[in-house]
Design a protein around this ligand. Structure first.
Ligand SMILES: [Ca+2]
Ligand SMILES: [Ca+2]
Length: 222
């Protein structure tokens, strides 16, 4: 009898136990929702990271396929419509000299000739069948990464209007993102991030200018 009395609950103990169980049960959906919310935030951050690193990777490439050839990586290429950068004839004292404006100093050559390559059309080039072979900015046009857990990223690259005056002392580029049917000095990069239902979640934009390439100079592992 003594033992039975000791192991019994009092009414107060019972009420407290019910209240505690009640709180625990009502907290479960909240806990689950917080967990799934932080998981979704984690996926989104991971996809953002992927989109930003893809943009950084693209912008570190040669500006154009022509820049990947021989020692052309530092050269600006001939674009269409920028007359001020076309070859001009200079009448000097005893001879006629053809020079392409703007190229002179970048090339570090005395008297650049007019044989410079044209900027290429947007897209991949011969022999570039998968993204590991891409070597210039516009190869990434149409590139998609849908291996991510929830979000997809898709890249678009196009030439955009270029109204900069290259003869001016200070060159200003306006923010006109209208596509151009000419090969201009500006390639516009857009990365769209969508969820699995196809809803657009974020857009990251970048531009690459006709200055050849930005290369990593060196790397020291310490
Ligand atoms: Ca290429
Ligand atoms: Ca290309």
């Amino acid at each position: 009898m003594k033992n039975l009395k000791k192991s019994s609950f009092t009414l107060i103990e019972l009420v407290v136990a019910i209240v505690v169980i009640g709180i625990a049960v009502t907290s479960i959906p909240m806990l689950l929702s917080t967990t799934s919310q932080s998981f979704s935030t984690h996926l989104k951050s991971k996809s953002f990271y992927n989109a930003y690193s893809t943009l950084a990777l693209i912008e570190s490439m040669d500006w154009d396929e022509q820049n990947t050839k021989n020692d052309n990586f530092y050269k600006i290429l001939r674009s269409q419509g920028d007359n001020e950068l076309y070859c001009k004839i200079h009448y000097q004292k005893f001879y006629i000299k053809y020079e392409r404006e703007g190229v002179y100093q970048l090339d570090n050559e005395s008297g650049a000739d007019c044989s410079y390559d044209q900027a290429s059309k947007i897209g991949t080039d011969e022999g570039e069948n998968d993204s590991s072979q891409y070597d210039d900015v516009d190869d990434f046009d149409g590139y998609e990464n849908d291996d991510l857990a929830y979000y997809n990223i898709k890249v678009g690259v196009k030439y955009v209007q270029d109204n900069a005056d290259y003869t001016a002392k200070n060159i200003f580029y306006n923010d006109n993102l209208d596509s151009s049917n000419k090969r201009t000095n500006i390639k516009y990069i857009e990365i769209n991030m969508t969820d699995k239902t196809g809803k657009l979640v974020s857009v990251i934009r970048g531009k690459a200018y006709n200055i050849g390439a930005v290369k990593i100079y060196s790397r020291n592992d310490l």
